[in-house]
Ligand binder design. Structure first.
Ligand code: SAH
Ligand code: SF4
Ligand code: F3S
Length: 519
């Protein structure tokens, strides 16, 4: 950057007129130079730092406040948050919506109407990131047309240095980037972005403390997410999550139980306990208290349905199985990601269990909970996975009898160990394996669905079907989507439906009783 450009850039940074700024930025020279300039003003996120697990105890903070000058800032204004990725992100979006609402903002689905647009991003696979970069591209003309709109990038991608650099270089119109550990700072960051008129980047590489009592605007009034822990310490060799979400930190049991009680009192019918590895719950608390104990407490709360996700096979202990076997509101659908059926692949993935360990665990679960439904996650085409090893995944799929599975082609993530390994498996082979696996998943799902023909199931009615407003849709205890005709008045209730037709992924039925609060 020459002297002239640097001077111009300094002026732009000081300038109050953002419309003018953008034009001047555009005229100034290459995006790369602009990126470099802004880059010099912040500390980039660092995956190596994020990898460090520290000994200090995590503090819990119960106070939260919005800076006085921001408390009314959103009056008459609107926000839109696009959420990518997992339930954790969906729930983070509810917290950000809560913070924005406390500042007076209202929600909108229309980008043209929005004064604040946030992309809550996911870094799990390359195609997840590509979607976000596509959306960033779409937002550029909007920002040029309406320079006052604030566009922010948050979520897991913000924790990656390469992503932040790319945004700085290629998309300088973005107003703010903040990380997964900085969500509670949204009001302050928004303030900076509004008044400083320069890109605000705040990404803490290491996790912060637990902040309780942040406001939330939940997406619905029927089902609610409840975070029980943050982060992940497992470091599976392919996975970016331990870097983007920090070390495992469990919320205190009393805070979780209070939140569940509140949701029950507000009439919520279902909660899902959330964590990257919920079975590790409590390990960091220094007390003899795990997920089993927590669920045992929640079992006594008057809320009809309790789920949990995601569990790691390694930490699925006997106490948890014993508690789940009590049934009641603890549902017998267990999502238990296996990733591969080959012990050798599992070893290089650092999953810390073998095929046999997994099968033993499944046998134990089925013995204690005979009706248990199991679903899973599988990665195909892990570096150097042989045909035989892939076949082992297919046989495991059948042996366990998974009723469905999320299946993925391995995607190298920068900064993870596996990304550095040579991989002799061509993409064509990986795609073929995915197809073969998906054919088996579809077959097993369709077979599981057929068993429901003529049966009566309990359905929590969530609303109109996506494809047909005259039809209602809801989920069974085992997470099967059921479509049936009924009055709108039963939305939010648990009703009994007789299954009249089964498809690969959904069931059709007839309402036989309404509304039965059958728990
Ligand atoms: N904590 C959860 C997983 C969260 S990520 C667990 O351990 O079960 C959800 C799923 O994405 C994983 O189960 C895995 O199947 C898949 N996944 C994670 N990293 C991936 C990668 N680099 N490439 C392809 N799939 C990946
Ligand atoms: Fe990723 Fe493994 Fe942690 Fe799951 S348990 S989030 S796959 S590192
Ligand atoms: Fe994606 Fe982050 Fe979730 S990487 S899957 S949004 S924890």
């Amino acid at each position: 950057m020459n002297e002239q450009q640097r001077k111009e850039m300094d002026q732009i940074k000081k300038s109050e007129d953002s419309a003018d700024n953008l034009d001047r930025l555009k005229n100034l020279g290459s995006d790369e130079l602009i990126g470099k300039y802004f880059q010099s003003t912040y500390e980039p996120p660092n995956l190596k730092k994020a990898k460090k697990r520290r000994r200090e105890e995590v503090q819990v903070h119960y106070d939260h406040s919005i800076p006085p000058e921001m408390q009314q800032i959103g009056k008459g204004k609107k926000f839109l948050i696009r959420t990518y990725g997992c339930q954790m992100n969906e729930h983070d979006t509810e917290v950000m919506a809560g913070l924005l609402s406390e500042m007076g903002y209202e929600t909108t689905n229309d980008t043209k109407e929005a004064d604040v647009i946030l992309l809550n991003t996911c870094a799990i696979r390359e195609n997840a990131e590509n979607k976000v970069f596509g959306e960033i591209g779409h937002l550029k003309p909007l920002k040029l047309e309406n320079p006052d709109v604030i566009v922010g990038i948050c979520g897991c991608m913000s924790q990656e240095e390469s992503v932040v650099n790319r945004i700085l270089k290629k998309h300088p119109f973005i107003d703010m980037i903040f990380g997964t550990h900085n969500i509670h700072r949204l009001p302050n960051l928004l303030k900076e972005a509004m008044f400083n008129k320069e890109m605000v980047v705040e990404v803490w590489s290491k996790e912060g403390d637990i902040i309780e009592n942040l406001p939330k605007v939940r997406k619905g009034k029927i089902k609610g997410w409840v975070n029980i822990m943050y982060g992940c310490d497992k470091f599976c060799t392919y996975c970016i999550v331990p870097y983007t979400r920090g070390k495992e930190r469990s919320r205190r049991p009393e805070d979780i139980i209070q939140e569940v009680r509140q949701l029950a009192a507000q009439g919520y019918k279902e909660i899902t306990l959330l964590g990257q590895n919920v079975n590790a719950y409590g390990k960091d608390l220094g007390i003899e208290y795990g997920l089993g104990e927590l669920m045992n407490e929640i079992h006594k709360i008057d809320i009809p349905r309790v789920r949990f996700t995601t569990s790691h096979p390694r930490d699925f202990d006997d106490r948890l199985i014993e508690v789940l076997a009590q049934g009641g509101n603890l549902l017998d659908h267990i999502h238990l990601p296996v990733q591969s059926g080959s012990s050798e692949v599992l070893r290089v993935m650092a999953r810390r269990y073998t095929r046999e360990d997994y099968l033993n665990l499944v046998a134990k679960i089925k013995k204690a909970i005979p009706n248990a439904t199991l679903t899973t996650d599988i990665i195909v085409g892990f570096p150097n996975e042989t045909d035989e090893q892939f076949e082992e995944t297919l046989t495991l799929m059948e042996e366990v009898g998974f009723e469905s599975a999320y299946t993925f082609i391995y995607s190298p993530r920068e900064g993870t160990p596996a990304a550095k390994w040579e991989d002799n498996i061509p993409m064509e082979v990986k795609k073929e394996r995915l197809q073969r696996l998906n054919a088996l998943v579809n077959k097993q799902s369709a077979e599981a669905m057929k068993n429901y023909q003529g049966q009566t199931v309990k359905v929590l009615v969530e609303g109109e079907s996506k494809n047909n407003p005259d039809v209602l849709a809801g989920y069974t205890e085992k997470s099967k989507l059921v479509n049936f005709v009924g009055p709108k008045s039963i939305i939010g209730k648990i009703v009994e439906v007789k299954i009249t037709n089964t498809k690969t992924w959904t069931l059709d039925g007839e309402l036989i009783k309404e509304p039965v609060e059958v728990n």
